[in-house]
Design a protein around this ligand. Structure first.
Ligand SMILES: Nc1nc2c(c(=O)[nH]1)N[C@H]1C(S)=C(S)[C@@H](COP(=O)(O)O)O[C@H]1N2
Ligand SMILES: [Mo]
Length: 419
């Protein structure tokens, strides 16, 4: 495609998304195509084409050339098993996170649960308390849904103004999987919820006994007892043999290694809904429950700590999500928010799931600030950084969906900046 046919639709080089379809090697990767053509012309037969490789294996892994890794903090002897690891968002495509790269957040490590010895109890304000074995649950009708999971601490380093970082180190506490499980409403109907029960208290079987309270309306709506993740049993790190999955809500409430559901008249006031996962406001008061994750998007390429080799055409791509619905549109700016262009949606626009967007960009070799802004099906528009700070200050620690700004300098270096 000729350069002069590209339709610029916003400042600093953003190009009409429809040009993505015609870009190919003639557009993207101007520099790369020459060397690729030269290699083809040589018709060298590579070593891997000359001898058979190893045969089939019992459980496959990634190519050793990909080098994809979660990034975990250093272990803390005073906090055994506690910690997090983050998804390498800038190296993934599509919207599904491979199970081995799903982010992790553990308060007391990963318990080694033998499903034969694990029980799920439903008790409290019910007509008939129930106890389920793993095998019992497998017999129930299940539903499969693609949903994101995001820790409400995601993006926290931006709230605190920490400079630098990558898509992974700043935003890698979000992942997206197909979750398969038994609707919690099926089991609650079987137990018979008493009319004055208005919360369910969910508790995990890890050494933290982590617990969270879920309002009964949500519990009866779309909450799952998740047993499978992307087709295989939920991984130990994600809560094997079963976890609560609360679509669209902050990750903490999706209690892993689920062992008890107790129907109550009021929230249980667990540690993780009082001293933690509550938002401290500038006036010293705190919001206790901030359940749905807000509308958010993020450019994953180009993103922090990448380097653009030379001026020319690039494909900007990223992910968007909302805890209140599906993503209806994503806009991209290359001039720090002065002008915006509509991105192309490249994936299915599912409810409470990651959605992939892209737009072509002609980098002129000068300074640029790349941003994305999502709108969801409920009409919520992603907040700017200033709007987040104005609403909840900088002590809030959790819940920062603010627009991410990546600055590109004339050397092609991409860096996280606060705009
Ligand atoms: N039992 C239990 N459930 C838990 C946790 C935990 O430490 N123990 N961590 C919570 C937090 S803070 C988050 S963000 C999610 C993380 O889920 P993941 O590790 O599958 O990504 O699980 C939640 N459920
Ligand atoms: Mo979390």
């Amino acid at each position: 495609m000729k350069k002069n046919t590209l339709e610029h639709v916003a400042g600093n080089g953003l190009i009409n998304r429809r040009h993505l379809l015609g870009m190919g090697l003639g557009g993207l990767g101007l520099a790369v195509s020459d060397s690729l053509l030269a290699a083809d012309a040589g018709l060298q037969i590579p070593a891997w084409s000359k001898t058979p490789g190893p045969g089939p294996s019992a459980y496959g892994g990634p190519s050793r050339h990909t080098g994809l890794q979660r990034l975990a903090g250093a272990p803390n002897a005073l906090y055994p098993g506690g910690g997090i690891s983050r998804t390498p968002l800038q190296h993934l495509q599509g919207v599904i996170t491979p199970n081995s790269l799903h982010f992790e957040r553990h308060h007391a490590g990963v318990p080694d649960i033998d499903p034969a010895g694990h029980k799920l109890v439903i008790n409290g304000m019910v007509r008939q308390p129930l106890v389920f074995d793993y095998e019992d649950l497998l017999k129930y009708p299940m539903v499969s849904k693609v949903y994101f999971l995001e820790c409400s601490g995601n993006g926290r380093s931006n709230t605190q103004g920490v400079p630098g970082g990558t898509a992974q180190t700043i935003h890698g506490l979000v992942s997206c999987s197909e979750w398969t499980g038994v609707p919690l409403s099926t089991l609650l109907d079987e137990a018979g919820v008493q009319s004055n029960a208005s919360w369910v208290a969910a508790v995990g079987a890890d050494a933290a006994s982590m617990g969270r309270s879920v309002p009964i309306e949500k519990a009866m709506d779309d909450v799952l007892i998740a047993l499978y993740q992307n087709g295989e049993p939920v991984r130990p790190e994600q809560g094997y043999p079963m976890r609560l999955f609360v679509p669209g809500w902050e990750g903490n409430i999706s209690v892993k290694w689920l062992t008890q559901i107790k129907l109550t008249a009021a929230p249980a006031q667990f540690r993780d809904e009082t001293s933690k996962y509550s938002d401290l406001l500038p006036d010293g008061s705190a919001r206790q429950f901030t359940f749905p994750m807000e509308t958010k998007s993020l450019i994953t390429s180009p993103s922090g700590e990448m380097k653009l080799p030379q001026a020319g055409l690039y494909k900007i791509t990223g992910i968007a999500w909302s805890g209140s619905g599906s993503i209806s549109r994503v806009e991209v700016s290359a001039d720090g928010g002065r002008s915006w262009a509509e991105a192309m949606i490249e994936s299915e626009q599912r409810d409470k799931a990651l959605t992939r967007f892209s737009i072509p960009w002609e980098w002129n070799g000068g300074d640029a600030i790349l941003q994305s802004r999502a709108t969801d099906s409920a009409g919520n528009v992603q907040l700017s950084r200033e709007a987040v700070v104005a609403d909840r200050g900088t002590n809030a620690f959790y819940h920062n969906p603010g627009i991410q700004s990546w600055a590109v300098n004339s050397a092609g270096e991409v860096a996280n900046v606060a705009v």
